[in-house]
Design a protein around this ligand. Structure first.
Ligand code: ATP
Length: 284
C-alpha cells in the first residue's frame, strides 16, 4: 500500500508550489491514475514518490514505512518507466536489459522474453540508437519490468505508440496488476485512465480536484445523455437529450410515442468532459 499524506513541493526559486497539500492512498494491486494537463504537477509527485526529489513537506509511506526509512532495497522493489528514455544508446536492446538486470539484487526476468513481449524480439541485437522513439519507449517499459517490481511507476506508457502496440502494452499492464503489482500511472490520456485505473485523481495546478473510481466521477460530475435518431418526413434526424432535464424527458417521451425512433444510445460523460467541467480547461 502507498500512502501520500499532505504532500507539497516548491522548486527552489519558484514563486508558487508545484504540488499543494495532496493526499491519496493506493491499495496493493491497484492501478492509480494521475490525470492532468501539462504542468499540473504529475512528474513532480512521481519524482517525490521514487525519491528522485527530496521530500520537503508531507509524508510518503510504503506499507506503513516512511520514505526516509526505506533503504537501497526500495530500488530493487520498484520499476520506473518515464517518458524520456535514458538508455545506453551504443548498446543493443538486449545488452541494455542485461546491463540493468545486473544492477538488481534478486531474481530478474529473462531479457529476451521481455523484449519479445514488447514487440522488440527482432530488434534485440540492434543498437538502441537505431531504435525509433516508440521502440525506445518500449525498451524503457521492458526495463521497468526486469526486476519483477512490486510497484510500477509508468509515465505516459502508450503515448506515441501505434494502436496495436499500445494495446499490447495495456495488456501487459493489466497482467501485472492481476499478478499483484501496484501501479502508479500518470497520463494526459483519459481513455487510458478510464480503461486501466481502479481510481483516478484529477490534478490541476498542483492540486487534486477530484479522486474516485472513474464510474463514480461520471455519476457525480457527468450529465448522462441520450442520443436518439428518428425518421421525420422520410429524413433521418438526430437529437441529443439530457434525461436530467424535465423538458428533454418530455421530448424523449414524445419521440418514443411517435414510433419513428430508429436508434437510441445512452452516453456517459467522458473523463475529459468532467475534467473540463471542473477546471475550465482540457487535458492537453
Ligand atoms: N526542475 C524544476 N524547476 C522548477 N520548476 C519546475 C521544475 N520541474 C517542474 N517545474 C514546474 O512545476 C510545475 C509542475 O511540473 P510537472 O513537470 O510536475 O508537471 P506535469 O504534470 O508532469 O507536466 P507534463 O505532463 O508536461 O510532464 C510546472 O509549473 C513546472 O514548470
Amino acid at each position: 500500500m502507498i500512502e501520500v499524506i499532505n504532500l507539497s513541493h516548491t522548486y527552489p526559486g519558484a514563486g508558487r508550489p508545484a504540488v499543494k497539500d495532496i493526499s491519496f492512498t493506493i491499495p496493493k494491486g491497484e492501478i492509480f491514475g494521475f490525470l492532468g494537463p501539462s504542468g499540473a504537477g504529475k512528474s513532480t509527485v512521481q519524482n517525490l514518490l521514487i525519491k528522485l526529489l527530496p521530500l520537503q513537506k508531507g509524508e510518503i509511506k510504503y506499507n506503513g514505512k516512511g520514505l526516509k526509512d526505506l533503504g537501497r532495497d526500495f530500488f530493487n522493489r520498484i520499476g520506473v518507466s518515464f517518458e524520456h528514455p535514458n538508455l545506453y544508446l551504443k548498446l543493443t536492446g538486449l545488452e541494455n536489459l542485461k546491463y540493468f538486470a545486473g544492477l538488481f539484487q534478486g531474481e530478474t526476468e529473462d531479457p529476451v522474453k521481455l523484449l519479445e513481449r514488447v514487440g522488440l524480439g527482432e530488434a534485440k541485437d540492434k543498437a538502441a540508437a537505431e531504435y525509433s522513439k516508440g521502440m525506445k519507449q518500449r525498451l524503457v517499459f521492458a526495463r521497468a519490468l526486469l526486476n519483477k517490481p512490486e510497484i510500477l511507476f509508468l509515465d505516459e506508457p502508450t503515448s506515441g505508440l501505434d494502436p496495436a502496440t499500445a494495446e499490447s502494452i495495456k495488456e501487459i499492464i493489466k497482467e501485472r496488476q492481476r499478478a499483484g503489482t501496484t501501479i502508479f500511472l500518470t497520463t494526459h490520456n483519459m481513455y487510458l485512465a478510464d480503461d486501466l485505473c481502479h481510481k483516478v485523481a484529477f490534478l490541476n495546478n498542483g492540486e487534486i480536484l477530484a479522486l474516485d473510481i472513474p464510474r463514480n466521477l461520471k455519476m457525480k460530475y457527468g450529465n448522462k445523455s441520450v442520443k436518439i435518431e428518428y425518421r421525420s418526413n422520410g429524413h433521418l434526424q438526430g437529437e441529443l437529450l439530457f434525461p436530467e432535464n424535465e423538458k428533454d424527458r418530455a421530448r424523449i417521451g414524445e419521440l418514443l410515442a411517435s414510433g419513428q425512433i430508429e436508434t437510441i444510445h445512452s452516453q456517459e460523460a467522458t473523463l475529459e468532459q468532467i475534467f473540463i467541467k471542473l477546471t475550465g480547461r482540457g487535458l492537453v
